[in-house]
Every structure is written in structure tokens, then in C-alpha cells.
Ligand binder design. Structure first.
Ligand SMILES: [Zn+2]
Length: 357
């Protein structure tokens, strides 16, 4: 069973075979259980033949479609939890989970993170405020991420107050107790940058957690506008907190669980259960290694909603497969920011015609 495999152990032929099989099965499942998806496939991929021989033959949906339609492959009464994307513009995505999909997501997220953090639960400093996870049936992307990662930790401490100021007494207590050993620090990239590091700097304070690992996610858009890249970010982490182990990860609320974690060489790694394809925006053909294009994400996890193959609005570049110097198997890539708005709209226009049929 695919979910029982280690995240970074299978070679490319084995993986290709397993994913073609599993994702073809998922295509059929969603065609049968999500009427809108079924119509869309009929309109857009009339000659689709399953099982596919290439992963690039699989149909894909624009991630924007989840903002417009409540796509699900389960009856209403089985909806166990709804996730919402942060949606800076317009409406946000709604992702509907049943018990089974939610459980698989948590299980896989933990399995992947254990490769980077080890199996023991670590004292966990969360760079956010506690209210972000209060409503347990309706989660924001941030709440869902924090709840997912919190399985990796113990003695959870929220570093911020509800007004985004630092909770100094909680932070000091955490550092006094746990600074000698390994700890996990987790937060969303912009929250960590703006509401933690910038405040530490403004107050001329430092904390010392030399054995900590910082895991962060959530996009660089706002940081790039402040001219902060991954290296500058890591330098500030080290200067303000004494932390040298930092892992960014890429993932979206539409495909939670099978995340793409950055290794020590700065490459995002595909786990066994997920994959990326980079496509050229002018004709949607598959780009070569080193060629910039739009990122398509494949995940074997989404069963309660048809989000297993998504065209994102992010630009990326595939660097290699199975041969990263960190020795983890799988494709590895970089994300290069958002597509320009016009091109992003182009992606979704192309794949939304099924809606009106
Ligand atoms: Zn690597």
C-alpha cells in the first residue's frame, strides 16, 4: 500500500507505476462521485483513457475552481470538516473532508515530518496566537496547518497574543525550560517574519534555542516585496534565535498532508504519495528540467473531494529526480513565486468551461 511506504525511498520507475495506477483509480472515483467533476472531465478530456500511461495524461483542475464551487465526492452528511484557504482576494477555497481523508492527511503529514524531525514528540513553540485553532469544525489554512503539525509536538506554547504582540512571559518560560534540548518551532512564513523576528529586532531582544528546528510554510509573496529571500530569512533566524536548522515547506490547503519539504540543499522534495509536473503556460505541455513554468500538483490523498491533480497559480522549476545530494529519492524543485495575474486567469479560464455545461 502506497501510504505504508517511506516518504523518500522509492525510485522513479516504481513511483511512476504506483502513481499512475492510484491516480487513475482516483480519477474514476471522482468521476463517479462528484457530478461537476464528471462533467468537466467529459468536456475537457473527452478522449481520456484510464489507466493513464503517463502522469501528465491525468486531467487537472485549476485550483481556483475550489473558490467557485463546493466540489466534493461524498454525501453532505459525511462532511466531517471544512477547510478554508486564506484567500486574500475574493472568496476562499472550501475543501470538504470526511473522516477517512482527514485521518490519512494527518497520518501522512506526521510520516513526512518524522523524516525531518525524528520520531520523538518535541517541545513545540508555535508562532501564532491560540485563537487561530479555536473553531475545530471550520479551519482556516493556518489553523489546519498548526493543528496538523501539533501532532509532532508536546508542551505546545503559542508565542503570540491575540493582538499579534509577543507573549513574552510564555516565550521566556518555554526557552528556560527547553533551550537545552531539541525543540520544534512552527509558524507561517509571514507570521514568523513579521510578528516574531521583526518584533524581536524592534525590542532588541534575542532568544536562544540552539537545538531547535524551525519549520515554516505559506508563501514568500509578502517577503519578496520586502526583498527578503530564503537566505536572508535563514540569516535572521540564526541571529535572533540561534537556530540553524530551518525547513520551509510548500503545500496548499487544497492538498493538505502530502507536503513538499525543503532539504538542506534548498530543494523542495516530493514525497512518495505526491508529485509535481511543471507546465509551459503557452500550451500546457510538460516543461523540461530547469525550465520555468506553472506548477501542477498531484496527490494520492484527496478522496472526499476531487483535488488530487491541481494546476496551481505558482511558478516553479524542476531541478532533478532521485539524485539530490541529500540522498532523498523523488523529484525536487523550487517555487519561484506567483504567476502574473493575467497568466493565472488564463490558466483558470482554460479549465473552467465545464462549469457552464
Ligand atoms: Zn535534497
Amino acid at each position: 500500500m502506497l501510504f505504508d511506504l517511506d516518504p523518500y525511498s522509492i525510485d522513479k520507475q516504481t513511483k511512476h507505476h504506483l502513481l499512475c495506477d492510484e491516480l487513475s483509480r482516483l480519477t474514476l472515483h471522482h468521476q463517479q462521485h462528484c457530478p461537476e467533476f464528471g462533467k468537466l472531465i467529459q468536456a475537457q478530456w473527452p478522449s481520456l483513457s484510464l489507466p493513464v500511461k503517463q502522469l501528465s495524461d491525468l486531467p487537472y483542475l485549476s485550483v481556483r475552481l475550489f473558490k467557485q464551487l463546493a466540489l466534493k465526492s461524498i454525501p453532505d452528511k459525511q462532511v466531517f470538516k471544512t477547510l478554508y484557504s486564506s484567500g486574500t482576494m475574493g472568496t476562499s477555497s472550501r475543501i470538504m473532508l470526511d473522516n477517512q481523508t482527514a485521518a490519512v492527511q494527518s497520518k501522512i503529514l506526521v510520516k513526512i515530518m518524522q523524516q525531518w524531525l525524528g520520531k520523538a514528540r518535541l517541545p513545540m513553540l508555535i508562532i501564532d496566537h491560540p485563537s487561530v485553532v479555536k473553531d475545530r469544525s471550520n479551519f482556516s489554512a493556518r489553523g489546519a496547518g498548526i493543528q496538523g503539525l501539533s501532532f509532532m509536538g508536546r508542551n505546545h506554547c503559542y508565542a503570540l497574543n491575540d493582538d499579534m504582540s509577543i507573549n513574552w512571559s510564555a516565550l521566556e518560560e518555554f526557552c528556560n525550560k527547553f533551550a537545552d534540548g531539541p525543540v520544534l518551532i512552527f509558524g507561517f512564513t509571514f507570521m514568523v517574519w513579521q510578528h516574531f523576528f521583526q518584533q524581536l529586532i524592534a525590542h532588541k531582544r534575542k532568544i536562544n534555542l540552539p537545538k531547535a528546528t524551525l519549520v515554516h510554510s505559506g508563501g514568500w509573496k509578502k517577503l519578496i516585496s520586502q526583498a527578503i529571500d530564503n537566505n536572508a530569512f535563514k540569516k535572521i533566524v540564526n541571529q535572533t534565535c540561534g537556530v540553524s536548522k530551518v525547513h520551509n515547506f510548500y503545500g496548499m490547503v487544497e492538498q493538505i498532508g502530502a507536503i513538499f519539504v525543503e532539504c538542506e540543499y534548498g530543494h523542495l522534495h516530493c514525497p512518495s504519495y505526491a508529485d509535481v509536473i511543471i507546465r509551459r503556460t503557452h500550451d500546457w505541455s510538460v516543461a523540461d528540467y530547469g525550465e520555468v513554468g506553472v506548477i501542477q500538483l498531484l496527490s494520492t490523498l484527496p478522496k472526499s473531494y476531487p483535488g488530487y491533480s491541481l494546476l496551481t497559480e505558482d511558478k516553479g522549476v524542476l531541478i532533478g529526480e532521485d539524485d539530490c545530494p541529500c540522498h532523498k529519492k523523488g523529484k525536487y524543485f523550487n517555487v519561484l513565486g506567483r504567476l502574473p495575474q493575467a497568466e493565472a486567469r488564463g490558466c483558470s479560464d482554460t479549465f473552467e468551461v465545464g462549469k457552464s455545461s
